[in-house]
Design a protein around this ligand. Structure first.
Ligand SMILES: Cc1cc2nc3c(=O)[nH]c(=O)nc-3n(C[C@H](O)[C@H](O)[C@H](O)COP(=O)(O)O)c2cc1C
Length: 157
């Protein structure tokens, strides 16, 4: 074994990684979407996920104001959207402007029609983790596309 800087060791283990999108609601009731690599399932019953969001993100602000989110697993048809949601900020870009969606059942947040799977969630807890905050959320409703499967982070590059 060789002792190395954190980034060198992490680059060896971080792939393959799935990628997700979180749809959140801003204070003005418009919807925003952020690309996420840092998420995990945290409970079987009830089903729960945790996502980690940086404090500089507009989505972090949104989650302080509105405590629901839709966790979406993008399909191959959403590669461009996933890149946009991971590079542009909802502060100056309407990322969902041309995206087909219908209203979900929990809080009427967008269910993206081209996603592989979507989980409508309510945030139950948040924990600060350095320059990010972990939002723990409970799944209330789940949706799947009849044929589309999820992409991995590598398909974005
Ligand atoms: C592949 C990929 C994964 C990302 N994962 C995360 C993540 O887990 N947490 C996070 O806070 N930002 C992550 N980002 C960065 C945000 O998606 C990016 O800063 C986004 O523009 C923030 O949008 P917002 O300001 O509208 O919230 C990721 C970006 C990419 C491209």
């Amino acid at each position: 074994m060789k002792r190395v800087p954190f980034s060198q060791a992490y680059s060896r283990v971080k792939h393959p990684a799935k990628v997700a999108l979180a749809v959140v609601k801003a204070a003005d009731n418009t919807f925003n979407c952020i690309t996420l690599e840092w998420f995990m399932r945290t409970s079987i019953q009830p089903p729960m996920f945790a996502i980690s969001i940086g404090h500089t993100r507009f989505s972090y602000q949104c989650l302080q104001q509105n405590r629901h989110l839709n966790l979406c697993f993008p399909s191959a048809d959403q590669v461009a959207l996933t890149t946009l949601c991971g590079t542009a900020s909802g502060r100056d870009t309407a990322k969902l402007a041309n995206v087909p969606w219908f209203k979900g059942r929990l809080a009427q947040y967008p269910v993206l029609q081209e996603a592989a799977a979507i989980f409508e969630c309510a945030v139950t807890t948040q924990v600060r983790s350095g320059d990010h905050t972990i939002f723990v959320c409970e799944v209330k409703y789940a949706w799947v596309h009849p044929t589309f499967g999820p992409i991995t982070v590598k398909q974005l590059r």
